[in-house]
Design a binder for this molecule. Structure first.
Ligand code: PEP
Length: 247
């Protein structure tokens, strides 16, 4: 498996300056887990302050525009994220795909723009409940990987895939370890098909209702190289229990 376990908190549209106390607590404690790579993706309004408040952990955006600048009211470009102190950005989260109508092509263009700006990328894929019930989960996710992963020879070193079944996000439901293992192995096969040997080095994270209670089991599944954590990343205490489970 590629690199250290990577535990990333996605704060979504949560957090004002008061949350910087959680950042400081996470950052202080992260020093006790040198074998785990820890990062937070706060809302864009907090990226600069989060970078300032943290010495050890990575800081990321949650999305980026494909253009570097221009007449795109409300959007934020990858070079702007970088300038604000981000190390990486999430792209293709299911909330962006569903609520903002982002296609695989849009997600791929965003991933390419982020890498061109010097950011790492966490690229999210995942099936709906109806697709899983129809037995289409692996083919749907493999198609998303094929059509939304970044392009170029250097790309595999710059990004991770996050497998996030849509029906597991924020619901308290998680797939069986067998289903997680099967999906991560299917994603790995697709990455190798796309990138050759370099595809073996791409980390594949699991996301969807990861909590202190299930983290150790999920992280022990073959090919699970870390976790993308939503709700449980909003308090330092619960997030650090997940970091501890990865150590
Ligand atoms: C997410 O939205 O990326 C996520 C994994 O959320 P949660 O952990 O709350 O299910």
């Amino acid at each position: 498996m590629a690199g250290l376990p990577y535990i990333v908190g996605n704060w979504k549209m949560n957090g004002t300056r008061a949350m910087l106390n959680e950042v400081r607590a996470i950052d202080r404690a992260a020093g006790r887990f040198p074998r785990v790579q820890v990062a937070i993706a706060p809302p864009a309004t907090l990226i600069y302050r989060t970078r300032d408040a943290a010495e050890i952990i990575g800081v990321g955006g949650q999305d980026c525009h494909v253009q570097e600048s221009g007449a795109f009211t409300g959007d934020i470009s990858a070079p702007m994220l970088k300038d604000a102190g981000a190390d990486f950005t999430i792209v293709g989260h299911s909330e962006r795909r569903t609520l903002h109508g982002e296609s695989d092509g849009d997600v791929q263009a965003k991933a390419d723009a982020a890498i061109a700006a010097g950011l790492g990328v966490i690229l999210c894929v995942g099936e709906s409940e109806a697709q899983r019930d129809a037995g289409e989960a692996e083919s749907v996710v493999a198609a998303q990987v094929a059509a939304s992963c970044p392009q170029g020879e250097q790309a595999p070193e710059k990004f991770s895939v996050a497998y996030e079944p849509i029906w597991a996000i924020g619901t308290g439901r998680v797939p069986s370890v067998e289903d997680v293992a099967a999906m991560h192995s299917a994603i790995r096969a697709k990455l190798v098909e796309l990138y050759g040997d370099s595809g073996t080095g791409v980390r594949i994270l699991y996301g969807g209702s990861v909590k202190a209670e299930n983290a150790a089991e999920l992280l022990s599944v073959p090919e699970v190289g870390g976790a993308l954590v939503g709700g449980a990343s909003l308090s330092a205490e619960s997030f650090l229990s997940i970091v501890g489970a990865a150590a």
